[in-house]
Design a protein around this ligand. Sequence first.
Ligand SMILES: NC(=O)C1=CN([C@@H]2O[C@H](COP(=O)(O)OP(=O)(O)OC[C@H]3O[C@@H](n4cnc5c(N)ncnc54)[C@H](OP(=O)(O)O)[C@@H]3O)[C@@H](O)[C@H]2O)C=CC1
Ligand SMILES: CC(=O)N[C@@H](CCC(=O)OP(=O)(O)O)C(=O)O
Length: 307
Amino acid sequence: MKPRIFIDGEHGTTGLQIRARMAERTDVELLSIPEAERRNAAMREDRLNEADIAILCLPDDASREAVAFLAGNASTRIIDTSTAHRVDPAWAYGFAEMDGAQRARIAGARLVANPGCYPTGAIALLRPLRQGGLVAADHPVTVNAVSGYSGGGKQMIAQMEDATREDHIVAPHFLYGLDLAHKHLPEMRTFGLLDREPIFAPSVGRFAQGMIVQVPLHLRDGVTPEQLETALADHYAGQDIVTVVPGAEAQALKRIDPTELAGQDTMKLFVFGSKDGRRANLVALLDNLGKGASGAAVQNMDLMLRG
Ligand SMILES: NC(=O)C1=CN([C@@H]2O[C@H](COP(=O)(O)OP(=O)(O)OC[C@H]3O[C@@H](n4cnc5c(N)ncnc54)[C@H](OP(=O)(O)O)[C@@H]3O)[C@@H](O)[C@H]2O)C=CC1
Ligand SMILES: CC(=O)N[C@@H](CCC(=O)OP(=O)(O)O)C(=O)O
């Protein structure tokens, strides 16, 4: 029998993109609920319990509810794309390239928490540098980012695209998270191996998909931008989802387009260094709905299916 997959929230932004990635697959059976019944709790509970893998593409509270529907069911494995369980030690953090052992951890896990889109970039940049001792645990890290508006789900897509709405957003680019309490801070701190939460300044641009995450750094004495690039390149060697753009190629760039990887499930990392070698800007380029959400969920599902 083929493994049965149920995407709870299949008609939302992340869920639809997972479905699109699964459209041609004949190795799995997709369980489904008609769109009009998407909030029917009894139908969701049935599908969740029938599934071999349930992928939750829901707001945090609805994700917690779905997990509660599965209480006592040890056979349905869960991939949660929400923020609800990301720093819960009972859940494997679904960033396969994060560590040598993470792929196997995900493959063997019953509970997998997909990373947030912004943390995927920030952790990718910071963790290998923390592990290599090139950035201190107490470094006052800041993270600046711009996301495509699909990052805000159906609600923000409508606000950006439908000029007839009362809450239509006209801005070409706006800052948010101004209370410095963004929901991604705990996972950035935990998996970025930092002593404290970074200062995180997210923003949204008038494009649907794509993302840039930047970590600007003053370097410690004796640490050079080239060392940072080497540490990242060594860490991500041997796989083709996260790539480090070689220094000469990066330094020749005049600009970076946040939409460059829209529609793709890969991520590019860059290290830009100042001439005096004392400062660096670390940059991650990804699709918020690719490696930042749906692409990563399908990658994790495949790891779990292969065991
Ligand atoms: N968009 C992105 O780039 C990313 C999103 N994520 C995460 O993915 C999850 C889903 O986000 P996204 O797809 O953007 O959101 P959307 O709002 O686009 O989709 C959410 C879906 O869940 C449904 N839903 C909401 N509440 C319930 C409920 N109580 N019971 C059943 N279904 C419900 C919604 O239905 P209805 O239409 O009725 O509201 C909708 O179909 C979130 O946790 C988000 O944090 C993660 C990384 C990136
Ligand atoms: C542009 C925008 O609003 N982005 C969302 C992040 C994407 C998302 O929904 O959160 P996860 O990545 O944690 O699942 C936000 O800042 O809340």
